[in-house]
Design a protein around this ligand. Sequence first.
Ligand code: F6R
Length: 256
Amino acid sequence: MAASTLAPVADERIIVDEDYGQVCDRVADLIATLITAKPTAVLGMATGSTPRGVYERLIRLHQRDGLDFSRVTCFNLDEYYPIEAASPHSYHEFMNRVLFSSINCRQWHVPNGLPRTPEAIAEDCLRYEELIRAVGGIDLQILGIGRTGHIGFNEPGSSPFSRTRLVHLDAATRRDAAAGFGGLENVPTQAISMGVCTIMEAKQIVLMASGASKAEIVRAALQEKPTAEIPATYLQFHPNLRYFLDEAAASLCLGT
Ligand code: F6R
């Protein structure tokens, strides 16, 4: 695998590859190694465009090399609210389409986006946390990063102690999603998201970022003092986290 030809990064948490495909190769290999060593591994999954290449590779590893997901449990970070699971825009449908319909994972969970009372939502959020705890916690959490610095849908202002809950989406996040929904007016204003604390409890975190549009927020996540204004900065406190970046996403933190 060709690593980046740019100046080496001093920070060993940061792994830079030339392009997105190589980043995905690396992350897929990491996941395959984990599942081979621990067939009952618990994975935290993200949606969005960044991890899609990883999911393509996991499907290939399953179909070509027999990578077995039958005892793996997956928990997704978030879901829009309100949304039907069968909606083409739901994260439930997205995960089914890009991964789960093509591998043999039987236990996969996405927060429930169905409209219901605040009490029912709060109860389901508690249950989501309990389900994660009941299987021993998340072994490896995949994260993307939003331009607002969100992880999951923990937007600016999120507490480091937050847990799975109903959240409001930032205007910038909704604008980024508008094309997929056929217009800003169709993008839900809320979502259900694992909290910062839920994410921080994962034993290992892999944050992926690709492209020049992520360079500034990646730099901020790594270099700004931890602050609620950029929730990804909280990740600096995680003892087992690596940033898998392509050169474009890493361009503002190289050589630091
Ligand atoms: C997705 C999620 C978000 C995305 C982030 C980046 O489940 O929780 O935090 O990871 O918005 O999205 P992309 O990868 O589309 O740039």
